[in-house]
Design a protein around this ligand. Structure first.
Ligand SMILES: Nc1nc2c([nH]c(=O)n2[C@H]2C[C@H](O)[C@@H](COP(=O)(O)OP(=O)(O)OP(=O)(O)O)O2)c(=O)[nH]1
Length: 151
């Protein structure tokens, strides 16, 4: 199935270390009402002509006040994408903070560093279940691909 016409959301799995990630940053949404209180990977929709990577850097600055280094993209099951709902797909990158200290500045009311055995300890958005399971597996098997990616 083609996802060419779908809206693209970009998000970051922000960890403390690409090679041996122990902590993962989760953020609790404040809006819209039906998503409020659920936790997600920080990010947002790609605007107009900006590239997905530019959009992710913009969102991380707006939402958390941080600059990040992106690692490899975490490829999803649908042509590399993570389907969220009809018409909406997500692309996800490993990321590490290189500037600033994360604060819930916009769209979230809480952020939380989840420790090694805690990556399932928040109620993730139901649409995130597959990607969170995937990154937990990658962490457990030591197969985190941390090759920098700038596509
Ligand atoms: N950032 C992010 N969004 C997610 C995740 N999982 C998931 O279903 N979504 C959904 C929630 C929203 O419907 C959509 C992201 O839209 P958004 O509202 O955060 O993006 P935005 O601020 O750029 O959009 P907008 O307010 O301008 O419409 O993707 C996730 O892990 N991270």
């Amino acid at each position: 199935m083609s996802h060419d016409l779908d809206t693209c959301v970009v998000a970051a799995a922000i960890v403390d270390d690409f090679q041996r990630p122990r902590r993962l940053l989760a953020a609790r949404r404040t809006h819209p009402a039906e998503l409020s209180g659920w936790w997600e990977l920080p990010g947002g929709k790609v605007d107009g002509a900006e590239s997905p990577v530019d959009a992710l850097h913009r969102e991380l600055k707006e939402e958390l006040g941080i600059g990040a280094e992106l690692g490899a993209e975490i490829s999803g099951p649908a042509d590399g994408l993570w389907p969220l709902r009809p018409g909406l797909v997500m692309r996800v990158w490993w990321a590490m903070i290189i500037e600033g200290s994360p604060e819930p500045l916009q769209d979230h009311d809480r952020i939380c560093w989840l420790g090694p055995s805690e990556w399932l300890n928040v109620p993730w958005l139901p649409s995130d279940t597959a990607v969170i399971a995937h990154i937990i597996d990658a962490r457990r098997s030591g197969s985190v691909d941390h090759t920098p990616d700038s596509t």
